[in-house]
Design a protein around this ligand. Structure first.
Ligand SMILES: NC(=O)c1ccc[n+]([C@@H]2O[C@H](COP(=O)([O-])OP(=O)(O)OC[C@H]3O[C@@H](n4cnc5c(N)ncnc54)[C@H](O)[C@@H]3O)[C@@H](O)[C@H]2O)c1
Length: 337
């Protein structure tokens, strides 16, 4: 049985991926410092899979602790989710973001190469493209200067990994997620609402649940069909599956280059208003919303060209926006109760 380290494995995407890994027969060990998650997620994962993953409460910024962990654990591959992810916050706290997202990555890679662990999956993001000149966005679209320290950590992160693959046996895949949403069908795990949500869907579900009075839509004067911004919303369960496929590609030496990059999205763009209407349709809940000024740093539209992921990984998003929004709502209801 292959043993996989999942950093940030108690977080939103990490927890869904841990479930998928266990269900595929992998042994999972999680590192998470609970900076944006809670220990209860471990029990929730266990109750879905009937398998308790090994867990280490460890801060990846602690170089010595990372070294000790790798010295004591025989690992076959690493999926690295752990990072700080709030774009707006990163503008206010750039050094914290650079420290957490870059130092942690470097320490993990140092120990992987020292211990000859060669299979690495990295959480990248469509933020690396900025406002792309052409839609849909392919992996070959130019990397634009980052709009935020957060986006910069993903660009630099990819560079660090690529450079490492050139001088070691490391094989790596960077997965550029578009907009992950939704929750597990069991409604036991989902996106934890710590603080005021910066993403649309938690804001939508919290407004529907009465936790927030009104949903603010940032901008209705974008050059899109209804004036609101367009994104590619990908169900987190589809996203989790892509990690298993990417991991197996590396474990089976099926990769075509030491460093590969894949877009993970549905390939379809939906406007904010479309999301709201779909949410109202599938849940029967009416949403209070108002239009406000555009938010700084937000782009007009982004959606993925997923041809390469479809062809190379044999992966395609299967779940719909309806399903994603309904699952997010069911998750929200468990939080309220
Ligand atoms: N959710 C999105 O919209 C999105 C989009 C693109 C990329 N990503 C990337 O995907 C990854 C996972 O995102 P998520 O939405 O699951 O975030 P999340 O915050 O839910 O999960 C990240 C987890 O990492 C842990 N963590 C953070 N710093 C750590 C450290 N120093 N040591 C140990 N654990 C640490 C947190 O406690 C948390 O449980 C991140 O790298 C994020 O940047 C997310």
């Amino acid at each position: 049985m292959k043993k996989i380290l999942v950093t940030g494995g108690l977080g939103f995407i990490g927890s869904h991926t841990v479930v998928a890994l266990q269900q595929e027969g992998f042994e999972v060990v999680i590192i998470d410092n609970l900076s944006n998650s809670t220990i209860e997620v471990l029990d929730k994962i266990t109750s879905i899979t009937n398998l308790k993953p090994e867990y280490h409460n460890l801060d990846l910024r602690d170089k010595t602790a990372v070294k000790t962990f790798f010295a004591n654990n025989a690992i076959d591959g690493v999926i690295h989710f752990a990072a700080s992810k709030a774009v707006g916050e990163s503008v206010q706290m750039p050094l914290e973001y650079y420290e957490n997202n870059i130092s942690s990555l470097v320490y993990v890679l140092q120990e992987m190469t020292a211990n000859k662990i060669n299979n690495f999956i990295f959480s990248s993001s469509c933020t690396v493209y900025g406002q792309a000149d052409e839609l849909p966005i392919t992996e070959n679209a130019p990397i634009k200067p980052a709009e935020s320290p957060y986006g910069n950590t993903k660009q630099i992160g990819e560079e660090i990994i690529k450079d490492t693959t050139k001088v070691s046996d490391l094989k790596a895949i960077a997965l550029r997620y578009f907009n992950p949403i939704g929750a597990h069908e069991s409604a036991k795990i989902g996106e934890l609402p710590i603080g005021v949500p910066q993403n649309l869907i938690p804001f939508v579900t919290q407004t529907a649940a009465g936790i927030r009075e009104e949903l603010s839509i940032y901008g209705n004067d974008y050059p899109t069909p209804d004036g609101t911004a367009v994104r590619d919303y990908i169900h987190v369960v589809d996203l989790a599956k892509a990690h298993i496929i990417a991991l197996k590609r590396l474990l089976d030496n099926k990769n075509k280059a030491a460093f590969e990059v894949f877009n993970l999205g549905t390939g379809k763009g939906n406007s904010v208003l479309e999301v709201i209407q779909t949410f109202e349709k599938v849940t029967g809940k009416k949403l209070n919303y108002k239009f406000v000024e555009r938010r700084e740093g937000d782009i007009t539209a982004a959606y993925a060209d997923t041809t390469i992921a479809n062809k190379e990984l044999g992966w395609k998003a299967e779940l719909t926006l309806d399903e994603a929004l309904l699952s997010a709502w069911k998750w929200q209801l468990t939080l309220k109760g």
